[in-house]
Design a protein around this ligand. Structure first.
Ligand code: SF4
Ligand code: SF4
Length: 469
């Protein structure tokens, strides 16, 4: 049995001007009695440094929303309210509560416990309308899935054979394709352009520590970053292959953006890459209307790994405003089923990205048919970034991020992945699935709201109109 994979989280607060869901305020009727300093075990209330007779402003950063100070204040001078700035973050897909979860996960690497059960809706758009069947829990033992029970979260990238051939003497005739194993079904995608050097290096070092990969455009790979080439997927244009032979020689994986008619040129592109070294090739394909046809064409022409990229809200790309669009869950299902119909699914690796916002989206994307996922924006949210969806996408990085020590930025990314890995183990344990690769396309172990709604009520009423976001 392979060694168990462990991620080592460390508590790592950011101490930047972060936003909080609630803000705590002290009213003018405060009599400075100091009772709140005694009841708050998190030390959110302190006396003023300059004038200890008066109370300082409450420290929302450390407040854990227990409401004790509010109950105990003899004057009713303390008030907690929803922060309007907080409510404005995100939008219809990146909901403001997601930021709190991701910030918390990046701070301590643990799965946040909300205490009063699930309070959210039981359906919604995208992955929210999909439930995982958790009825076949892995044999419970004293120390469970984080102890002796072995659950493997590793996945394999590369082309696979659909059968093996042997000669008369039983000797293997088939040539086994090279593959690369990673211990979690997550790679890092390019989260944004123009990141400060500490964030870029932190992403690379976190990928190296986790033994996974980060996708980086060739122009971003400085000599310092190149030292981590074992954990970098070099993103290159077809024209750049000749120019960057030295880099390709040392890389384990190279990625190329899809261009029209690439299917025919694919064998020669792969041959050029193989001439330089042993790197596997990923083709990055935008999740457009005809993506399943493109993916199938590439797979039939020998593609090893295909990365299907939806937009940051998991929507189809290049759709004019007002048109219906598919979401990543449906796009990946369509790609998977097309490959199954064309009898080539087992030969190719599919990576899904775009709209992977929360830990549970990883197993859900895999159940829909992806072999693994690529994440981008959660990596920046881990270091305090905010996204605003309306009127157009705006990404706001915290002021002073470029001065935060690289080690700290890296640890927050590692913490985030630790929390996601723990959640993946929990989901797989509850589903009775011991190997992450077995999640792929297991839609029988998932429940889709649209389908059961139609099965249950479709005969009585007209099929419910599925709304887009
Ligand atoms: S307990 Fe209330 S009145 Fe006393 S110092 Fe705190 S806020 Fe002011
Ligand atoms: S709500 Fe609880 S944690 Fe927050 S300041 Fe009051 S006592 Fe402290």
């Amino acid at each position: 049995m392979p060694k168990k994979y462990h991620i080592h989280p460390k508590v790592m607060p950011l101490n930047l001007n972060s936003l909080f869901k609630f803000k705590i305020e002290r009213g003018e009727n405060c009599i400075n009695c100091g009772k709140c300093t005694k009841v708050c075990i998190y030390e959110a209330h302190k006396r003023g440094k300059d004038d200890p007779r008066k109370m300082a402003d409450p420290n929302t950063v450390v407040c854990r929303n227990c409401f004790r100070c509010i109950q105990e204040c003899p004057r009713g001078a303390l008030e907690k309210s929803l922060d309007k700035d907080f409510l404005n973050i995100g939008g219809t897909y990146w909901k403001s509560d997601m930021f709190i979860t991701l910030w918390k996960q990046a701070e301590d690497g643990k799965v946040p416990v909300t205490g009063a059960g699930y309070r959210g809706p039981f359906t919604g758009d995208g992955f929210d309308s999909m439930w995982t069947d958790m009825s076949e829990i892995v044999r419970p033992t004293r120390d469970g899935i984080h102890g002796r029970e072995y659950i493997s979260t590793s996945v394999e990238l590369g082309r696979k054979l659909n059968h093996l051939s042997f000669d008369d003497k039983g000797q293997l005739l088939s040539r086994i394709h090279p593959t690369v194993d990673i211990p979690i079904p997550i790679i890092f995608d390019i989260p944004a352009e123009n990141l400060s050097s500490n964030v870029k290096m932190a992403l690379v070092r976190a990928a190296a520590e986790l033994n996974t990969f980060v996708v980086l455009p060739v122009k971003e790979i400085t000599p310092k970053i190149e030292k981590y080439i074992n954990n970098i997927i070099v993103l290159i244009t077809p024209e750049g292959i000749d120019k960057h032979q030295g880099l390709i020689k040392n890389a384990r994986i190279v990625a190329i953006e899809y261009a029209d008619d690439m299917e025919k040129k694919l064998p020669s592109l792969k041959a050029k890459i193989k001439k330089a070294g042993n790197a596997l090739t990923i083709i990055r394909v935008e999740a457009t209307e005809d993506v399943e046809g493109i993916v199938s064409g590439l797979a039939q022409n020998g593609a090893e790994i295909i990365h299907v990229v939806a937009d940051y809200r998991g929507r189809e790309i290049q759709k004019p405003a007002g048109c219906n669009f598919r979401l990543i869950k449906d796009i990946i299902r369509a790609v998977h089923l097309k490959l199954v119909d064309d009898r080539i699914r087992d030969e190719v690796t599919i990576i899904s990205s775009g709209g992977i916002a929360m830990a549970e989206h990883v197993p859900k994307a895999m159940l829909c048919g992806a072999d693994l996922t690529a994440i981008d924006l959660p990596l920046l949210i881990a270091v305090g970034a905010r996204i605003y969806e309306e009127p157009e996408k705006i990404l706001v990085l915290p002021d002073g991020l470029e001065k935060i020590p690289l080690k700290k930025v890296k640890q927050r990314i590692v913490n985030l992945m630790s929390a996601w890995h723990s959640q993946l183990l929990e989901v797989m344990g509850a589903m009775g699935i011991r190997e992450a690769r077995r999640l792929r396309g297991e839609t029988g172990r998932a429940i889709f709201f649209e389908e059961i709604d139609n099965e249950t009520f479709g005969k009585l009423f007209k099929q419910r109109e599925i709304k887009n976001l």
